[in-house]
Design a protein around this ligand. Structure first.
Ligand SMILES: C[S@@+](CC[C@H](N)C(=O)[O-])C[C@H]1O[C@@H](n2cnc3c(N)ncnc32)[C@H](O)[C@@H]1O
Length: 383
């Protein structure tokens, strides 16, 4: 009994220490893979729960720093096999074993931990290792996205009025593509999608009607380091008439694995004076017709069973809410896609908007409407 209390005290102290290290930043920990698996397998052989927990405590001490590492799990050989894990994930897994009441349960968690280190389980459309799914905290799986601020790192300069936040293409690529696959963005604007392509190691093709914008975007995309050596190309063109199949064939690409589209929200922002520009349509009907052409034009080049993300917002005009999101959704369904999700995303607060906040609140009170605070990411799958 006395012994037990002693261990518990030591345990609490140690755990607090580890937690503090972990709270400072969500560090990754590099382990000697062979030795770590050996230690976990030794734990599996232990017959009673309290001995197993004692041994687990030793492992935790070892993980805390190389000075305390009596088990040699942090001892990296020059030619040895290593594994990198999120420290918080590893500690969570260990804590779960510590909190068990039966040896069977502890063994079950141990086996699961060993499996997560020794086996990789990925699906057909992304690189997410499902055996370590808890480590992918960055990936959002809820349908309501609230972002406090846009990512303005690296080449994401946010110079283009009407761009989207880089987190949108990033989330889509992480979920719906593998490294080295192809992403097509027919309304590429300032190249946000392609900058993310470079970061995540996906190849990307972007089409932009406005030549000047396309040239500026090219410059910017090229400023982003290309550490995965991918192709990111911007072409000046009209996506309503472009022969995408021919374009890809010329480049030796059979199909793309993800489509991302962020068209003008009808005429909310006038992007140019070009009549081929979707923001210059004379009516919602005309806008939907042109939008539909782009959907039809790109349908064949998307690989089967792959995803299409449409980013769009609604519009308010002459006292009426125009649900562009729902209208465009219908057009996409008519072409043959299956709807997978409707994601609602907040608008981040720009300085301009902040200054007009009071005015819009007053207008809303007078006019009996609600001020736009959201847009949609409509997610479709090709059958
Ligand atoms: C909402 S913006 C896209 C912004 C982009 N996601 C970014 O982050 O910069 C829409 C873009 O579509 C372009 N566009 C409009 N009509 C087009 C067409 N027919 N073909 C290709 N691009 C077009 C506009 O010039 C504008 O740059």
């Amino acid at each position: 009994m006395k012994k037990k209390i002693k261990i518990k005290k030591q345990e609490t102290l140690l755990f607090t220490k580890i937690k503090n290290v972990n709270n400072r930043d969500d560090k990754k920990i590099i382990l000697n893979k062979t030795r770590f698996i050996e230690v976990l397998k030794e734990l599996l052989d232990i017959k009673d729960l309290s001995s197993l927990k004692n041994r687990l405590l030793k492992l935790k001490i070892s993980l805390n720093s190389t000075y305390c590492d009596t088990l040699g799990v942090l001892n990296i050989d020059t030619n040895g096999d290593t594994i990198e894990l999120k420290k918080s994930y590893l500690l969570q897994e260990i804590e779960q074993i510590e909190n068990t009441f039966t040896i069977q349960r502890a063994r079950y968690y141990l086996q699961r931990l060993i499996k997560s280190i020794t086996e990789k389980k990925t699906g057909k459309i992304n690189d997410i290792n499902l055996n370590r799914w808890k480590e992918y905290e960055e990936i959002i799986t809820d349908s309501l996205w609230i972002f406090d601020k846009r990512d303005t790192s690296g080449a994401h300069l946010a110079w283009y009025w009407g761009n989207f936040i880089p987190q949108i293409p990033r989330q889509m690529m992480l979920r719906y593509t593998k490294q080295g696959e192809w992403v097509l963005d027919p309304f590429v604007g300032s190249g946000t999608t392609l900058i993310e392509c470079r970061r995540l190691g996906r190849n990307g093709i972007g089409i932009e009607l406005n030549h000047e914008v396309a040239e500026r975007a090219k410059d910017l995309v090229n400023r982003e380091p290309n550490k995965h050596n991918v192709i990111t190309e911007i072409i000046t063109g009209d996506s309503t008439v472009l022969d995408f199949k021919q374009l890809l064939e010329k480049k030796g690409i059979k199909k793309v694995q993800l489509l991302i589209m962020h068209p003008p929200y009808y005429d909310i922002i006038k992007f140019s004076n070009d009549p081929r520009d979707l923001s210059n349509c004379n009516s919602v009907e005309e806008f939907l017709k042109m939008f539909r052409k782009v959907i039809e034009n790109t349908y064949d080049v998307l690989e089967k069973k792959r995803y299409f993300a449409l980013v769009i917002g609604d519009k308010y005009s002459k006292g009426e809410w125009i649900p562009l999101g729902f209208y465009t959704l219908q057009e996409v369904l008519k072409v043959g896609y299956k709807l997978k999700s409707i994601i609602v995303k907040n608008f981040e607060e720009t300085r301009g908007k902040r200054n007009q906040k009071e005015l819009w609140r007053y207008r809303a009170l007078v006019g009996g409407f609600y001020v736009f605070k959201h847009e949609y990411i409509l997610l479709f799958k090709k059958g």
